[in-house]
Design a protein around this ligand. Structure first.
Ligand SMILES: [Zn+2]
Length: 428
């Protein structure tokens, strides 16, 4: 009997638990973090007034800039000797965001990751090859302890060393691979180069996260590796991976572990809460965190919430697979574009491999976009036709065409072995 069965608790008792934990979290933040005390005083909210889940809307919001301003540990709510571990998430600019964990935070984290793995279809005794980066990044160690918590076997190989990665997959019959979606494809490609059919590996599941993954990208991973592709979601500021996870039964949205994280979706421009089903920015409030409680953290991730009962029986809310971030938005000659929208169009074309890059420049005060896509291995058709159908599709779906469309030879666009893939190069 698994320790992580499908959670079917009724929503009323869940709401009551959330309300109680919300109040404790606000009290804890108010009493121990100067930043939150000032923000709550400014908003005129006293922790004792928090009595229901809806009261979350009265709380001030927290942003990534607040983490930077309070660097390194201004948002910590416990004394240094209670901190058992530190992680950091690097931004592209400035200081990293530092987060800390108490003993209880670490065990809650392992629990939500174990729950995520169970929802992915991983069972005790399975072997999970963990190809997330170890170190300050929360992916590696976050997955690691959740795998052990589930009584599965972890292979802590980390990112990179792809040939050895594949030998391990083969020799140790790993059931599950956890990594970024772009790395899953790179593993498939490298295996083929080594003369190994990736679909013949024992692998049955790939759990991917840390990067957005569009549906065509998921389909590509599932087909090439002959696996079920499952999306895991999380961010260091809230805990790390394991905030939410798809269930393998339905593969239709990621269940948010609501007894630990309270979600809202708001209008990114105004911060106003949106009705269920409308797309907006995900905002998360931690309900059990001790070291770094977060009140209404603006994740920057765009999603929708779905409270309908899932086919798997889990009662916890589902969020849509995140494929866009508020700060990913590219404004090119006044047109709003998300890289994921371009990806979806590009990957629908069989003649094209799942590798592309977007370069943005400014010439004579005008934006200029170059889209480079890689031809599929073995392509022998007309390049002009591929270019033409890409242009037509982009125009039809996005009302946009790049200034330059480059077709690259198979295997020539950069692959990412370690860390997150970069596909957009904005030089404006
Ligand atoms: Zn489900």
């Amino acid at each position: 009997m698994t320790r992580y069965p499908v959670d079917r608790r009724d929503r009323e008792s869940l709401r009551a638990l959330q309300a109680e934990r919300l109040r404790e979290t606000v009290e804890h933040a108010y009493e121990n973090v100067e930043f939150y005390r000032a923000a709550l005083d400014d908003a005129g909210v006293s922790p004792s007034e928090i009595s229901s889940v809806d009261d979350v809307r009265r709380l001030p919001m927290t942003t990534k800039e607040d983490f930077r301003d309070e660097y390194p540990d201004g948002l910590f709510a416990v004394s240094d000797d209670e901190i058992r571990r530190i992680h950091a998430s690097s931004g592209t600019t400035g200081k990293p965001k530092i987060v800390g964990y108490t003993d209880d935070d670490l065990s809650n984290w392992s629990e939500v990751v174990a729950r995520s793995l169970a929802a992915s279809g991983v069972e005790a005794g399975d072997t999970v090859q963990n190809a997330y980066g170890y170190g300050l990044f929360t992916g590696g160690l976050g997955l690691h302890y959740g795998i052990e918590e589930l009584d599965a076997t972890v292979i802590p190989i980390g990112g990179g060393q792809t040939q050895r990665q594949i030998e391990m997959l083969q020799d140790l019959d790993s059931d599950v691979l956890s990594c970024t979606p772009s790395y899953a494809l790179y593993v498939a490609e490298t295996a083929e180069e080594m003369g190994i059919d990736p679909a013949e590996l024992a692998l049955s599941t790939v759990i991917f996260g840390a990067e957005p993954c569009t549906e065509p990208m998921r389909a590509e991973i599932e087909e090439r590796l002959d696996v079920t592709g499952i999306d895991i979601y999380g961010l260091s500021e809230v805990i790390g991976p394991g905030v939410s996870n798809e269930c393998h039964e339905a593969q239709d949205g990621l269940h948010i572990w609501e007894d630990h994280f309270l979600p809202e979706v708001v209008d990114p421009a105004t911060g106003d809460p949106l009705p269920e089903g409308e797309e907006g920015e995900l905002v998360l409030t931690s309900l059990t965190k001790e070291a770094v409680p977060v009140l209404r953290y603006r994740t920057g991730d765009l999603t929708t919430l779905n409270y309908e009962r899932c086919d798997c029986g889990r009662t916890m809310v589902r969020m849509d697979n995140v494929t866009g971030r508020t700060d990913d938005l590219l404004i090119v000659r006044g047109v709003n574009l998300y890289p994921s929208e371009i990806e979806s169009v590009v990957l629908e074309l069989d003649e094209v491999a799942p590798y592309y890059r977007i370069d943005l420049d400014r010439e004579d005060e005008l934006d200029r976009m170059t889209l480079s896509v890689e031809l599929d291995d073995g392509f022998d058709g007309s390049r002009r036709d591929v270019r033409e159908s890409l242009r037509t599709r982009l125009e039809n779906v996005l009302s946009f065409t790049p200034d330059e469309l480059t077709l690259a030879e198979p295997g020539t666009l950069a692959r990412t072995e370690v860390g997150k893939v970069q596909r957009v190069f904005d030089n404006r």
